[in-house]
Design a protein around this ligand. Structure first.
Ligand code: GTB
Length: 217
């Protein structure tokens, strides 16, 4: 059964690939699973039909037969569990890859997300510069740990896994909004390795095509 995911009809990132459907598309491309996309306006995301799939009225969602999922991390995990290629065969390796998935979403993404949000919502506050500095310190603390762990390796724990897919996705958000990643040459190279993967490129082009088509209307 072909899964159906949801994505922005017109992404506010103008096709930069930063919305969270991108990581789901990437995972599906990595495992060679064809998929369909239902595009949603901001209005449609808050209507009952979509709220029945996603309690917070967001994208992405994932529908496959009688299974409906929300949360990009849970969707990527589901794809990785059901198909070969995104989680190691051995139990301990799998557990470590899952730990990296959580690290990407729970430990590395929050300060990056907060910084992006502060830049949009708090720019006019008198304490904005201090807040930005504090958030950038938190980001560097996470990148110090990540960079130290990665060292000269290609991926976080042996072969490329769903942990790398989510970590690269999270770091791309930083790369596209600040120069902080440039301070960590091994992490910049890590992100570039992710972007160079054929599956990443297919996913990126697919989401960009949506924005391009919407802009032509
Ligand atoms: N924790 C959830 C997950 O991982 O799936 C978060 C889902 C989420 O934040 N979805 C966003 C959404 O639906 C889109 S991705 N927002 C609409 C709403 O809440 O009403 C977040 C996002 C949005 C825009 C950019 N951008 O413009 O760069 C990047 C990322």
């Amino acid at each position: 059964m072909t899964p159906i995911i949801t994505a922005f009809e017109r992404s506010p990132d103008r096709g930069a690939g930063l919305a969270r459907d991108m990581r789901v598309r990437w995972a599906l491309e990595e495992v060679g699973q064809p998929y369909e996309v239902r595009l949603l306006s901001f209005k449609a995301m808050k209507e009952p039909a979509h709220l029945a799939l996603h309690p917070f009225g967001q994208i992405p969602t994932y529908e496959e037969g009688d299974l409906t999922l929300f949360e990009s991390g849970a969707i990527v995990f589901h794809i990785a569990e059901r198909h070969a290629g995104l989680l190691p065969e051995d139990e301990n390796g799998r557990a470590r890859a899952v730990a990296w998935m959580f690290a990407a979403l729970n430990t590395v993404e929050p300060p990056i997300f907060d910084r992006n949000l502060a830049k949009i919502l708090e720019r006019d506050e008198p304490w904005y510069e201090q807040r930005l500095q504090a958030l950038e310190e938190s980001i560097r603390k996470r990148l110090d740990g990540l960079s130290g762990h990665l060292g000269n390796a290609d991926w976080l724990d042996g072969a490329f896994s769903a942990g790398d897919l989510l970590m690269v996705s999270v770091l791309l958000r930083l790369k596209k909004s600040s120069d902080i990643l440039d301070e960590y040459p091994n992490l910049s190279a890590y992100v570039a390795r992710g972007e160079a993967r054929a599956a990443y490129k297919r996913a990126f082009e697919a989401q960009l095509a949506v924005f391009t088509a919407a802009s032509a209307d």
